[in-house]
Design a binder for this molecule. Structure first.
Ligand code: NAD
Ligand code: AHE
Ligand code: ZN
Ligand code: ZN
Length: 369
């Protein structure tokens, strides 16, 4: 079938809105009509060419919501008409990772997903007869996309897809990080580096957990007002200080925070985030995605003296079993999505969503088809 899509033909170039061909779903696959998709910094990261797994030409996008149109052979968990959120972290329930009870990083389709193809090694997308790569197993920048059954969370059909699409990545990642990677408790102190969609979701999760002090850090002071509205108690712009930001936070918080979160993808900031943690127990969670060749460093003494460095993907959330519940929380108001949606645009204007992100003017732009 034909589908309108924003295609990344080349790294570093704007997306092109074209009509592509989408082949029917094969066994274990599902054709989904995407109604809405957010634009996450990871899409921009891959488009920039910095992603070691980045492939071109590709259909990017991984923060979407939509409706099942057709199912391939053997698919039993969803049917046409079901409302779904595509998952870049699948959940098969059967692999070593799913069965471990220790991680959400299902590996059932991860190898082929990273190569931009479906589990049988081929693509369902083409343009002028040439195959296009899939992206993160989701490719939500196409009106019609094909995903593996294990990569779909079936959600309440009453949920507003124009909002809950954000649970496909950003909001789930940030809130999940506070619940799963960190276990923020009442009264804890928290530092959040980077106040985009991810950092603000961390703040929301920390506030839900009744954290005492929530220190919000960004080099763009334009982000502070929303951070305070979401629950930050203090805002710090590293540019306003002569000393390293970790020293500023340690001084503000009687020796450092219980938890810190890096939501930027900057390896220098990752070091600051670790080093602002309290001696003996403070833990730092890396969420930001750093480019090819980048490495983190600190003095080992930071870890010897009890600080912990960890990281998380998709907030540690198991998509098929836990995401439907988070959708319910959004419907009941327990999770707030509205503050994240600063812009809405039609697919034809998706490149403006990337511009707004790079200019620091948006939190999330929701694209409609
Ligand atoms: P964003 O661009 O909306 O926000 C990033 C924020 O960081 C901006 O407010 C920016 O001003 C701020 N910033 C940039 N440099 C800074 C610095 N040196 N010091 C302080 N603040 C600085 O991005 P986003 O969509 O919120 O994504 C954030 C990061 O999280 C990206 O790296 C993205 O790839 C990653 N991510 C990871 C996961 C995961 O599962 N691990 C999921 C989603 C996104
Ligand atoms: N492909 C990159 C890594 C990108 C990355 O870390 N992706 C996160 C999700 S970011 C969502 O906005 C993730 O889930 N990672 C775990 C995984 O299995 O991909 C690289 O460095 O190769
Ligand atoms: Zn994302
Ligand atoms: Zn699995």
């Amino acid at each position: 079938m034909k589908s309108r899509a924003a295609v990344a033909f080349e790294a570093g170039k704007p997306l092109q809105i074209v009509e592509i061909d989408v082949a029917p779903p094969k066994a274990g696959e599902v054709l989904v009509k995407i109604t809405h998709t957010g634009v996450c910094h990871t899409d921009a990261f891959t488009l920039s060419g910095d992603d070691p797994e980045g492939l071109f030409p590709a259909v990017l996008g991984h923060e979407g919501g939509g409706v099942v149109v057709e199912v391939g052979e053997g698919v039993t968990s969803v049917k046409p008409g079901d409302h779904v959120i595509p998952l870049y972290t699948a959940e098969c329930g059967k692999c070593k990772f799913c069965l471990s009870g220790k991680t959400n990083l299902c590996q059932a389709v991860r190898a082929t997903q990273g190569k931009g193809v479906m589990p049988d090694g081929t693509s369902r997308f083409s343009y002028n007869g040439q195959p296009l790569y899939h992206y993160m197993g989701t490719s939500t920048f196409s009106e019609y996309t094909v995903v593996a059954e294990v990569s779909l969370a079936k959600i309440n059909p009453q949920a507003p897809l124009e909002k809950v699409c954000l649970l496909g990545c950003g909001v789930t990642t940030g809130i999940g990080a506070t619940r799963n990677a960190a276990k923020v408790q009442e009264g804890d102190s928290v530092a959040v580096f980077g106040l985009g969609g991810i950092g603000l979701a961390v703040i929301q999760g920390a506030r839900q957990a009744k954290a005492g002090r929530i220190v919000a850090v960004d080099t763009n002071p334009g982000k502070f007002e929303l951070a305070m509205q979401m629950g930050a108690t203090d805002c710090v712009n590293p540019k306003d200080h002569d000393k390293p930001v970790q020293d500023v936070i340690v001084a503000m918080t009687d020796g450092g925070v219980d938890w810190s979160f890096e939501c930027i993808g900057n390896v220098e900031v990752m070091r600051s985030a670790l080093e602002c943690c309290h001696k003996g127990w403070g833990e730092s969670v890396i969420i930001g995605v750093a480019g090819a060749g980048q490495e983190i460093r600190t003095r080992p003494f930071q870890l010897v003296t009890g600080r912990v460095w960890r990281g998380t993907a998709f907030g540690g959330v198991k998509g098929r079993t836990q995401l439907p519940g988070m959708v319910e929380q959004a419907m009941s108001g327990e999770i707030q999505l509205d503050p994240f949606i600063t812009h809405t645009l039609p697919l034809e204007r998706i490149n403006e969503a990337f511009d707004l992100m790079h200019e620091g003017k948006s939190i999330r732009t929701v694209i409609h088809f």
